[in-house]
Ligand binder design. Structure first.
Ligand code: NAD
Ligand code: WQD
Length: 342
Protein backbone atom coordinates (compact mmCIF):
# COMPACT_ATOMS: atom_id res chain seq x y z
CA UNK A 1 0.00 0.00 0.00
CA UNK A 2 0.99 3.65 -0.22
CA UNK A 3 4.29 4.88 1.13
CA UNK A 4 3.95 7.85 3.48
CA UNK A 5 6.93 9.98 4.50
CA UNK A 6 6.69 10.85 8.20
CA UNK A 7 9.10 13.63 9.14
CA UNK A 8 9.72 13.75 12.87
CA UNK A 9 8.43 10.17 13.02
CA UNK A 10 10.49 9.14 16.05
CA UNK A 11 9.00 12.04 18.05
CA UNK A 12 5.99 11.98 20.36
CA UNK A 13 3.06 12.41 17.95
CA UNK A 14 5.04 11.05 14.98
CA UNK A 15 5.73 7.67 16.60
CA UNK A 16 2.05 7.15 17.46
CA UNK A 17 1.11 8.11 13.90
CA UNK A 18 3.60 5.63 12.43
CA UNK A 19 1.85 2.90 14.44
CA UNK A 20 -1.60 3.97 13.22
CA UNK A 21 -0.38 4.17 9.60
CA UNK A 22 0.99 0.62 9.86
CA UNK A 23 -2.27 -0.54 11.46
CA UNK A 24 -4.14 0.96 8.49
CA UNK A 25 -1.91 -0.86 5.99
CA UNK A 26 0.33 2.04 4.93
CA UNK A 27 4.12 1.89 4.72
CA UNK A 28 5.49 4.80 6.74
CA UNK A 29 9.07 5.93 6.09
CA UNK A 30 10.60 8.10 8.81
CA UNK A 31 13.03 11.00 8.39
CA UNK A 32 14.24 12.44 11.69
CA UNK A 33 17.53 13.97 12.85
CA UNK A 34 16.92 12.77 16.43
CA UNK A 35 17.30 16.34 17.74
CA UNK A 36 14.39 15.69 20.11
CA UNK A 37 13.83 11.94 19.98
CA UNK A 38 15.49 8.62 20.55
CA UNK A 39 16.45 5.93 18.04
CA UNK A 40 15.14 3.26 20.47
CA UNK A 41 11.61 4.30 19.46
CA UNK A 42 11.99 2.24 16.26
CA UNK A 43 12.31 -1.02 18.22
CA UNK A 44 9.37 0.00 20.38
CA UNK A 45 7.21 0.51 17.30
CA UNK A 46 8.28 -2.93 16.05
CA UNK A 47 7.22 -4.44 19.40
CA UNK A 48 3.73 -2.95 18.94
CA UNK A 49 3.07 -3.70 15.27
CA UNK A 50 5.64 -6.34 14.35
CA UNK A 51 6.98 -3.98 11.68
CA UNK A 52 10.17 -1.93 12.02
CA UNK A 53 9.69 1.26 10.02
CA UNK A 54 12.32 2.36 7.50
CA UNK A 55 14.35 5.18 9.06
CA UNK A 56 16.63 7.91 7.67
CA UNK A 57 18.63 10.20 9.91
CA UNK A 58 19.21 13.62 8.39
CA UNK A 59 18.35 17.26 8.92
CA UNK A 60 15.53 18.50 6.70
CA UNK A 61 17.14 21.93 6.77
CA UNK A 62 19.68 20.43 4.35
CA UNK A 63 18.10 21.00 0.92
CA UNK A 64 20.55 18.77 -0.97
CA UNK A 65 19.94 15.79 1.32
CA UNK A 66 16.19 16.37 1.27
CA UNK A 67 16.13 16.54 -2.56
CA UNK A 68 18.29 13.43 -2.90
CA UNK A 69 16.02 11.48 -0.55
CA UNK A 70 12.82 12.51 -2.33
CA UNK A 71 14.34 11.74 -5.75
CA UNK A 72 15.33 8.27 -4.59
CA UNK A 73 11.78 7.58 -3.39
CA UNK A 74 9.44 8.29 -6.32
CA UNK A 75 6.74 6.07 -4.78
CA UNK A 76 6.06 8.35 -1.78
CA UNK A 77 2.46 9.53 -2.19
CA UNK A 78 1.88 11.23 1.14
CA UNK A 79 3.82 13.33 3.61
CA UNK A 80 3.05 14.01 7.26
CA UNK A 81 5.31 16.81 8.43
CA UNK A 82 5.85 16.72 12.20
CA UNK A 83 9.52 17.76 12.25
CA UNK A 84 9.84 21.10 14.03
CA UNK A 85 10.99 22.62 17.28
CA UNK A 86 8.07 23.07 19.66
CA UNK A 87 9.12 24.57 23.01
CA UNK A 88 7.20 27.82 23.38
CA UNK A 89 9.45 29.32 26.11
CA UNK A 90 12.68 28.46 24.30
CA UNK A 91 11.33 30.06 21.11
CA UNK A 92 11.00 33.38 22.94
CA UNK A 93 14.67 33.20 23.98
CA UNK A 94 15.97 31.73 20.69
CA UNK A 95 13.62 32.98 17.96
CA UNK A 96 16.06 32.45 15.07
CA UNK A 97 16.59 28.82 16.03
CA UNK A 98 12.81 28.33 15.64
CA UNK A 99 12.35 30.36 12.46
CA UNK A 100 15.34 28.62 10.88
CA UNK A 101 14.38 25.03 11.69
CA UNK A 102 10.63 25.26 11.27
CA UNK A 103 10.73 27.23 7.99
CA UNK A 104 13.73 25.71 6.22
CA UNK A 105 12.53 22.15 6.84
CA UNK A 106 9.08 23.03 5.46
CA UNK A 107 10.31 24.99 2.44
CA UNK A 108 12.94 22.37 1.57
CA UNK A 109 10.28 19.65 1.54
CA UNK A 110 7.98 21.72 -0.67
CA UNK A 111 10.89 22.41 -3.04
CA UNK A 112 11.86 18.75 -3.09
CA UNK A 113 8.37 17.70 -4.21
CA UNK A 114 8.07 20.43 -6.85
CA UNK A 115 6.06 19.13 -9.78
CA UNK A 116 5.30 15.77 -8.13
CA UNK A 117 1.81 15.07 -6.81
CA UNK A 118 1.83 14.88 -3.02
CA UNK A 119 -0.75 14.74 -0.23
CA UNK A 120 0.70 16.84 2.58
CA UNK A 121 -0.48 16.86 6.22
CA UNK A 122 0.90 19.68 8.37
CA UNK A 123 1.10 19.75 12.19
CA UNK A 124 -0.50 23.03 13.16
CA UNK A 125 -1.80 24.10 16.53
CA UNK A 126 -4.76 25.71 18.27
CA UNK A 127 -2.20 28.30 19.33
CA UNK A 128 -3.09 30.12 16.07
CA UNK A 129 -6.44 31.13 17.65
CA UNK A 130 -4.90 32.82 20.72
CA UNK A 131 -7.82 33.58 23.08
CA UNK A 132 -10.80 33.09 20.76
CA UNK A 133 -13.73 35.52 20.91
CA UNK A 134 -16.20 32.61 20.87
CA UNK A 135 -16.07 29.06 22.22
CA UNK A 136 -15.97 26.42 20.95
CA UNK A 137 -13.64 27.86 18.35
CA UNK A 138 -14.30 26.97 14.69
CA UNK A 139 -11.78 26.78 11.86
CA UNK A 140 -13.12 30.05 10.46
CA UNK A 141 -12.30 32.04 13.62
CA UNK A 142 -9.72 34.76 13.05
CA UNK A 143 -6.05 33.92 13.56
CA UNK A 144 -4.77 36.13 16.40
CA UNK A 145 -1.31 37.69 16.68
CA UNK A 146 1.02 34.93 17.88
CA UNK A 147 2.17 35.02 21.52
CA UNK A 148 5.55 33.44 20.68
CA UNK A 149 7.93 32.87 17.77
CA UNK A 150 6.90 29.19 17.93
CA UNK A 151 3.23 30.12 17.46
CA UNK A 152 4.23 32.48 14.67
CA UNK A 153 6.00 29.66 12.81
CA UNK A 154 2.68 27.74 12.76
CA UNK A 155 0.70 30.75 11.49
CA UNK A 156 3.20 31.59 8.76
CA UNK A 157 3.65 27.92 7.80
CA UNK A 158 -0.12 27.68 7.24
CA UNK A 159 0.11 30.74 4.95
CA UNK A 160 3.11 29.28 3.07
CA UNK A 161 1.18 26.06 2.55
CA UNK A 162 -2.11 27.62 1.45
CA UNK A 163 -0.36 29.98 -1.00
CA UNK A 164 1.79 27.16 -2.40
CA UNK A 165 -1.18 24.81 -2.79
CA UNK A 166 -3.09 27.58 -4.60
CA UNK A 167 -0.19 28.42 -6.92
CA UNK A 168 1.00 24.90 -7.78
CA UNK A 169 -1.42 22.15 -8.68
CA UNK A 170 0.68 19.20 -7.48
CA UNK A 171 0.12 19.87 -3.76
CA UNK A 172 -2.96 18.87 -1.75
CA UNK A 173 -2.54 20.10 1.81
CA UNK A 174 -4.39 19.66 5.09
CA UNK A 175 -3.34 21.56 8.21
CA UNK A 176 -4.45 19.85 11.40
CA UNK A 177 -4.80 22.28 14.29
CA UNK A 178 -4.13 20.13 17.33
CA UNK A 179 -5.48 21.15 20.70
CA UNK A 180 -3.53 19.69 23.67
CA UNK A 181 -2.11 16.23 22.89
CA UNK A 182 -1.57 14.06 25.99
CA UNK A 183 -1.33 10.39 26.96
CA UNK A 184 0.54 7.50 25.41
CA UNK A 185 0.01 4.26 23.49
CA UNK A 186 -1.97 1.68 25.53
CA UNK A 187 1.03 -0.71 25.34
CA UNK A 188 3.13 1.91 27.20
CA UNK A 189 5.92 1.17 24.71
CA UNK A 190 5.87 4.66 23.22
CA UNK A 191 4.95 8.04 24.70
CA UNK A 192 6.27 11.52 25.29
CA UNK A 193 9.96 11.92 26.17
CA UNK A 194 10.28 15.46 27.53
CA UNK A 195 13.78 16.92 27.71
CA UNK A 196 14.52 18.43 31.14
CA UNK A 197 11.73 19.88 33.26
CA UNK A 198 8.42 19.45 31.41
CA UNK A 199 6.69 22.72 30.58
CA UNK A 200 3.43 20.96 29.71
CA UNK A 201 0.90 20.03 32.35
CA UNK A 202 0.44 16.26 31.95
CA UNK A 203 4.13 15.23 31.77
CA UNK A 204 4.75 17.43 34.81
CA UNK A 205 1.91 15.69 36.65
CA UNK A 206 3.22 12.19 35.89
CA UNK A 207 6.82 13.12 36.78
CA UNK A 208 5.64 14.72 40.01
CA UNK A 209 3.55 11.64 40.84
CA UNK A 210 6.50 9.30 40.33
CA UNK A 211 8.75 11.48 42.49
CA UNK A 212 10.98 12.95 39.74
CA UNK A 213 9.64 16.47 40.43
CA UNK A 214 8.26 18.42 43.35
CA UNK A 215 4.70 19.70 43.64
CA UNK A 216 2.81 20.89 40.58
CA UNK A 217 2.18 24.61 40.33
CA UNK A 218 -1.30 25.43 39.07
CA UNK A 219 -0.76 28.56 36.98
CA UNK A 220 -3.57 30.75 38.29
CA UNK A 221 -6.91 30.07 39.95
CA UNK A 222 -8.45 33.47 39.29
CA UNK A 223 -9.51 32.97 35.67
CA UNK A 224 -13.09 33.50 34.62
CA UNK A 225 -13.81 29.73 34.55
CA UNK A 226 -16.01 27.60 36.83
CA UNK A 227 -13.15 26.63 39.20
CA UNK A 228 -10.83 29.56 38.36
CA UNK A 229 -8.13 27.47 36.63
CA UNK A 230 -7.45 27.66 32.88
CA UNK A 231 -9.28 25.33 30.49
CA UNK A 232 -8.00 23.37 27.48
CA UNK A 233 -9.19 20.72 25.04
CA UNK A 234 -6.98 17.70 25.89
CA UNK A 235 -6.81 15.08 23.15
CA UNK A 236 -5.43 11.55 23.44
CA UNK A 237 -2.35 11.17 21.25
CA UNK A 238 -3.67 7.92 19.72
CA UNK A 239 -6.86 9.70 18.60
CA UNK A 240 -4.68 12.49 17.23
CA UNK A 241 -2.53 9.97 15.37
CA UNK A 242 -5.64 8.47 13.75
CA UNK A 243 -6.67 11.93 12.51
CA UNK A 244 -3.53 11.95 10.32
CA UNK A 245 -4.54 8.67 8.69
CA UNK A 246 -8.01 10.15 8.07
CA UNK A 247 -6.46 13.27 6.49
CA UNK A 248 -4.32 11.17 4.13
CA UNK A 249 -7.40 9.11 3.16
CA UNK A 250 -9.48 12.23 2.49
CA UNK A 251 -6.81 13.57 0.11
CA UNK A 252 -6.39 10.18 -1.61
CA UNK A 253 -10.05 10.42 -2.59
CA UNK A 254 -9.63 14.09 -3.61
CA UNK A 255 -10.62 16.56 -0.90
CA UNK A 256 -13.84 18.21 -2.16
CA UNK A 257 -12.89 21.37 -0.24
CA UNK A 258 -9.96 21.98 -2.58
CA UNK A 259 -6.18 21.91 -2.45
CA UNK A 260 -5.81 23.53 0.99
CA UNK A 261 -7.92 22.75 4.04
CA UNK A 262 -7.82 23.11 7.83
CA UNK A 263 -9.32 20.94 10.59
CA UNK A 264 -9.56 21.28 14.36
CA UNK A 265 -8.36 18.12 16.11
CA UNK A 266 -9.65 18.00 19.67
CA UNK A 267 -12.46 16.42 21.65
CA UNK A 268 -14.65 19.50 21.72
CA UNK A 269 -14.60 19.55 25.55
CA UNK A 270 -12.89 22.02 27.87
CA UNK A 271 -11.19 20.64 31.00
CA UNK A 272 -9.63 22.82 33.70
CA UNK A 273 -6.20 22.32 35.25
CA UNK A 274 -7.83 21.36 38.56
CA UNK A 275 -10.12 18.89 36.77
CA UNK A 276 -7.08 17.28 35.11
CA UNK A 277 -5.40 16.92 38.50
CA UNK A 278 -8.55 15.34 39.94
CA UNK A 279 -8.95 13.04 36.94
CA UNK A 280 -5.37 11.83 37.37
CA UNK A 281 -5.92 11.15 41.09
CA UNK A 282 -9.22 9.35 40.53
CA UNK A 283 -7.92 7.25 37.63
CA UNK A 284 -4.63 6.20 39.18
CA UNK A 285 -5.36 6.35 42.91
CA UNK A 286 -2.18 8.41 43.31
CA UNK A 287 -2.48 11.62 45.34
CA UNK A 288 -0.82 14.68 43.81
CA UNK A 289 0.84 17.57 45.62
CA UNK A 290 0.06 20.91 44.08
CA UNK A 291 0.23 24.58 44.92
CA UNK A 292 -1.56 27.47 43.28
CA UNK A 293 0.80 30.03 41.74
CA UNK A 294 0.58 33.08 39.49
CA UNK A 295 -0.75 32.96 35.97
CA UNK A 296 1.90 31.96 33.39
CA UNK A 297 2.76 34.74 30.94
CA UNK A 298 1.27 34.20 27.48
CA UNK A 299 -1.33 31.63 28.63
CA UNK A 300 -4.86 31.97 27.33
CA UNK A 301 -7.74 31.60 29.76
CA UNK A 302 -9.74 28.96 27.95
CA UNK A 303 -9.87 27.29 24.59
CA UNK A 304 -11.59 24.26 23.15
CA UNK A 305 -12.46 23.31 19.63
CA UNK A 306 -15.59 22.94 17.58
CA UNK A 307 -14.93 19.56 16.01
CA UNK A 308 -18.02 19.29 13.81
CA UNK A 309 -16.03 19.88 10.61
CA UNK A 310 -13.59 17.03 11.40
CA UNK A 311 -16.45 14.74 12.44
CA UNK A 312 -18.42 15.37 9.27
CA UNK A 313 -15.77 15.90 6.59
CA UNK A 314 -12.71 14.06 7.88
CA UNK A 315 -14.85 11.18 9.16
CA UNK A 316 -12.82 11.24 12.36
CA UNK A 317 -13.83 11.64 15.99
CA UNK A 318 -11.91 11.38 19.25
CA UNK A 319 -12.93 8.24 21.16
CA UNK A 320 -10.74 8.32 24.27
CA UNK A 321 -11.67 10.40 27.31
CA UNK A 322 -9.66 12.13 30.03
CA UNK A 323 -9.61 8.90 32.09
CA UNK A 324 -7.85 7.05 29.25
CA UNK A 325 -5.50 10.00 28.78
CA UNK A 326 -4.46 9.90 32.45
CA UNK A 327 -4.31 6.10 32.66
CA UNK A 328 -2.02 5.80 29.62
CA UNK A 329 0.18 8.75 30.63
CA UNK A 330 0.72 7.17 34.05
CA UNK A 331 1.39 3.69 32.63
CA UNK A 332 4.02 5.24 30.35
CA UNK A 333 5.72 7.14 33.21
CA UNK A 334 5.87 3.89 35.19
CA UNK A 335 7.31 2.04 32.19
CA UNK A 336 10.00 4.74 31.79
CA UNK A 337 11.07 4.28 35.40
CA UNK A 338 12.12 0.70 34.65
CA UNK A 339 13.13 1.26 31.02
CA UNK A 340 14.88 4.65 30.79
CA UNK A 341 15.52 5.77 27.20
CA UNK A 342 18.52 8.01 27.84
P1 NAD B 1 8.65 16.07 19.05
O1 NAD B 1 9.75 17.02 19.36
O2 NAD B 1 8.47 14.89 19.93
O3 NAD B 1 8.82 15.53 17.54
C1 NAD B 1 9.40 16.31 16.53
C2 NAD B 1 10.47 15.46 15.85
O4 NAD B 1 11.04 16.20 14.78
C3 NAD B 1 11.61 15.08 16.78
O5 NAD B 1 11.78 13.67 16.73
C4 NAD B 1 12.83 15.81 16.22
O6 NAD B 1 14.02 15.07 16.40
C5 NAD B 1 12.45 15.98 14.76
N1 NAD B 1 13.05 17.13 14.08
C6 NAD B 1 13.01 18.44 14.47
N2 NAD B 1 13.65 19.20 13.57
C7 NAD B 1 14.07 18.39 12.57
C8 NAD B 1 14.79 18.61 11.36
N3 NAD B 1 15.21 19.82 11.00
N4 NAD B 1 15.08 17.53 10.58
C9 NAD B 1 14.68 16.28 10.93
N5 NAD B 1 14.00 16.02 12.08
C10 NAD B 1 13.69 17.07 12.89
O7 NAD B 1 7.31 16.92 18.95
P2 NAD B 1 5.78 16.44 18.91
O8 NAD B 1 5.16 16.79 20.19
O9 NAD B 1 5.68 15.06 18.40
O10 NAD B 1 5.21 17.46 17.84
C11 NAD B 1 5.15 17.13 16.47
C12 NAD B 1 4.62 18.33 15.70
O11 NAD B 1 3.35 18.70 16.20
C13 NAD B 1 5.49 19.58 15.78
O12 NAD B 1 5.46 20.22 14.53
C14 NAD B 1 4.78 20.41 16.82
O13 NAD B 1 5.02 21.78 16.65
C15 NAD B 1 3.33 20.07 16.52
N6 NAD B 1 2.44 20.28 17.68
C16 NAD B 1 2.73 19.69 18.87
C17 NAD B 1 1.88 19.90 19.96
C18 NAD B 1 2.21 19.30 21.30
O14 NAD B 1 1.68 19.78 22.30
N7 NAD B 1 3.05 18.27 21.38
C19 NAD B 1 0.75 20.70 19.83
C20 NAD B 1 0.48 21.28 18.58
C21 NAD B 1 1.33 21.06 17.51
C1 WQD C 1 -1.97 23.41 29.87
C2 WQD C 1 -2.60 24.15 31.04
C3 WQD C 1 -1.24 25.92 31.91
C4 WQD C 1 1.99 23.38 33.43
C5 WQD C 1 1.19 24.50 24.88
C6 WQD C 1 1.61 25.37 23.74
C7 WQD C 1 0.74 25.14 22.56
C8 WQD C 1 0.67 23.66 22.21
C9 WQD C 1 0.41 22.79 23.39
C10 WQD C 1 2.23 23.20 20.46
C11 WQD C 1 -2.39 25.66 30.95
C12 WQD C 1 -1.42 24.83 32.94
C13 WQD C 1 0.83 23.85 32.83
C14 WQD C 1 2.11 23.46 34.84
C15 WQD C 1 -0.08 24.45 34.95
N1 WQD C 1 1.90 23.18 21.67
N2 WQD C 1 -0.18 24.38 33.58
N3 WQD C 1 1.07 24.00 35.54
O1 WQD C 1 0.00 26.05 27.35
O2 WQD C 1 -2.17 24.99 26.58
O3 WQD C 1 -0.16 24.78 25.20
O4 WQD C 1 1.27 23.14 24.48
O5 WQD C 1 1.67 23.70 19.54
O6 WQD C 1 1.27 25.88 21.51
O7 WQD C 1 1.50 26.72 24.14
O8 WQD C 1 -0.26 23.52 27.30
O9 WQD C 1 0.37 21.70 28.84
O10 WQD C 1 1.71 23.86 28.87
O11 WQD C 1 -0.62 23.85 29.73
O12 WQD C 1 -0.98 24.93 35.62
O13 WQD C 1 3.14 23.09 35.42
O14 WQD C 1 -1.94 23.73 32.24
O15 WQD C 1 -1.28 27.19 32.52
O16 WQD C 1 -3.55 26.26 31.45
P1 WQD C 1 -0.69 24.95 26.67
P2 WQD C 1 0.38 23.18 28.70
Amino acid sequence: MSKILVTGGTGYIGSHTVVELQNAGYTPVIVDNLSNSNIGVLNQIEKITGLKPEFHNFDLCDQAKTNAFIEKNPDISGLIHFAAYKAVGESVKEPLKYYYNNFFSLINLLNAFAGRPINFVFSSSCTVYGQPDELPVTESAPVKKAESPYGNTKQIAEEILSETARAKNNYQVISLRYFNPVGAHESALIGELPLGVPQNLVPFITQSAIGKRGPITVYGDDYNTPDGSAMRDYIHVVDLAKAHVAAIKLMENGNPNGSYDVFNIGTGNGTSVLQVIRAFEETTGVKLNYVVGDRREGDVEQVWGDVSKSTEQLAWKAGLDITEMMRSAWKWEQYLKDHPFN
